[in-house]
Design a protein around this ligand. Structure first.
Ligand SMILES: Nc1ncnc2c1ncn2[C@@H]1O[C@H](COP(=O)(O)OP(=O)(O)O)[C@@H](O)[C@H]1O
Ligand SMILES: [Mg+2]
Length: 380
């Protein structure tokens, strides 16, 4: 007769099963997921396939799919079960890698319900980063995704104006005893802006600590709910605020916006380089060329390349980064931004079709991103 572990006190089989499952989970609570820094039971990575004849058959997921990591996980589970339940148990552990989606989604601690976090950046200010962010967000929502927009541009938050919500404030709601900010819903997009936190004219004063705190609140203490896409409108340039943003938020990819003008391209290159630094290492989803040409309303067939032609397209070819598309410089895009109703909402217009094709390109590149070969990072 084998000696039964003390947990097996009830002769009823189902009862034995339930007790033993419980004790298996208790034993495995001592096993940490090395990358996710929590035990595998709390993370929900354990599935008990079968328990019978002194054999425990498990499936355990690991973050790192490498062979040695799987082997170590198998060993750790066996060790934990033997120590807690006794050496007489035979332990079979099928170790499988966590699927890419689960890794970036469900198990992430920061913004756990958000599938894709895309930062929109530019080297230079005034190139249309916020215009692109707003239209992209509304466009993705129109395409059927759940979308949030986080306006993190402490130097010039413009989402409140571009979404006509200057006088709105996020509500504070209580959830599980915690006070959370509820983003403002407009045009199908959930919006939070650093502009909600203070008078824009004071922005200079609270660069630094205050801004970091507001950003952290918008990320950690906001009820975004489940989202397919969170678009982050970053400040222009490559400063400290970008580094803290990168530390704060698990950004999936960045989009760099530039005009075809050489001074803008030079700064766009710096932006691209920043994302490629070791320690930041955020893939560039692609480049968007804004103000690619000028078309006057009265001469819709004419294109004037006032900032130069194809500058961003050439940059994307040089760097081997996808080109996501172009937006012309047209008065209606500027007016739409000022009026608080992004240009993509103007049905049947040229602007709408250009933005729609950028949206489709973003969706496609995002689907392809996990399969993309990683570029080597550069040292700071
Ligand atoms: N394609 C465009 N056509 C016309 N005006 C544009 C276009 N893109 C941006 N603008 C206008 O240029 C100004 C700067 O754009 P914005 O998106 O605020 O730039 P950034 O966020 O990079 O500083 C805004 O007044 C905006 O309406
Ligand atoms: Mg802006």
């Amino acid at each position: 007769m084998p000696s039964w572990p003390h947990t097996f006190v009830h002769p009823d089989f189902n009862h034995i099963m339930s007790i033993s499952r419980q004790s298996i989970f208790e034993a495995l609570q001592n096993v940490m997921e090395p990358d996710l820094k929590k035990d595998i039971v709390t993370l929900g990575l354990v599935k008990i396939n079968d328990v019978q004849d002194q054999t425990i058959d498990l499936q355990v997921k690991v973050s790192n799919p490498a062979m040695h990591s799987k082997m170590r996980m198998r060993e750790a589970c066996e060790f934990a079960i033997h120590r807690t339940l006794g050496n007489e148990w035979k332990v079979i552990v099928d170790v499988v890698p966590i699927a890419g989606d689960e890794r970036s989604g469900e198990l992430r601690k920061v913004l756990p319900g958000v599938k894709h976090i895309i930062a929109v950046a530019s080297g230079k200010g005034g190139v249309g980063k916020s215009t692109v962010s707003a239209n992209l967000a509304v466009g993705l929502a129109r395409a059927g995704h759940s979308v949030g927009l986080l306006d993190a541009d402490i130097y010039g938050p413009s989402a409140p104006t571009m979404f006509d919500i200057v006088h709105e404030r996020p509500k504070v709601i209580e959830k599980d005893g915690k006070n959370l900010l509820e983003p403002v819903l407009q045009y199908g997009v959930k919006v939070l802006s650093i502009g909600f936190f203070a008078d824009i004219n004071q922005a200079i004063v609270w660069r630094g600590a205050m801004a970091n705190k507001a950003l952290s609140q918008m990320v950690n203490d906001a009820e975004w709910g489940p989202l397919d896409y969170l678009i982050i409108d970053l400040p222009p340039g490559t400063g400290d605020i970008h580094l803290s943003m990168v530390q704060l938020v698990p950004i999936s990819a960045a989009i760099v916006v530039s005009t075809p003008q050489e001074v803008a391209l030079a700064d766009a290159r710096k932006g691209i380089a920043m994302f490629g630094l070791a320690g930041i290492d955020i893939p560039i989803l692609g480049l968007i060329e804004n103000m690619a040409w000028f078309t006057p309303a009265e001469l819709p067939e004419n294109k004037y390349y006032i900032f130069g032609k194809d500058g961003v397209k050439n940059l994307s070819e040089d760097q081997g980064i996808p080109y996501l598309g172009a937006l012309p410089l047209v008065q209606s895009i500027r007016e739409a931004g000022d009026a608080g109703r992004p240009a993509i909402l103007q049905e049947g217009t040229e602007a709408q079709s250009h933005i729609d094709s950028i949206v489709a390109q973003v969706e496609k590149e995002m689907r392809m991103l996990p399969f993309r070969k990683k570029k080597a990072t550069t040292e700071a």
